[in-house]
Design a protein around this ligand. Structure first.
Ligand SMILES: [Zn+2]
Ligand SMILES: [Zn+2]
Length: 106
């Protein structure tokens, strides 16, 4: 789910254009599935279609309006749902915030 502060960004024509261009650039294929295939850990027929254009450096209220983060191909990754879930779950599990807002390892 998109964060509330990022809603306008995800609805913006600039993002929609970038997302579409990136999808075509990656031929609609999940990049991590493709990498696993190249490494011999996934069969060709098991490569999933990319459905989500993910930001490697996560979008925050601070970098939302910085095109070099929000709209730059270098910061994007086309992922299938499986790999996108893995990405966010693994990050969320490792770190959290305590009641003072400090980052803690979980
Ligand atoms: Zn994948
Ligand atoms: Zn993501």
């Amino acid at each position: 789910m998109a964060k509330e502060y990022a809603k306008d960004f995800y609805n913006s024509p600039a993002w929609k254009k970038t997302r579409k261009a990136y999808y075509i650039f990656r031929r609609g294929q999940c990049e991590r599935c493709a990498r696993e295939f190249e490494a011999g850990r996934r069969r060709l027929e098991d490569i999933n279609a990319g459905v989500i254009v993910h930001h490697k450096e996560y979008i925050t209220p601070d970098n939302l309006h910085d095109p070099s983060v929000a709209l730059c191909f270098d910061n994007l990754e086309l992922l299938c749902e499986e790999h996108h879930n893995k990405e966010h779950k693994s990050k969320a599990k490792r770190y959290s915030f305590d009641k003072h807002g400090r980052v803690i390892e979980v």
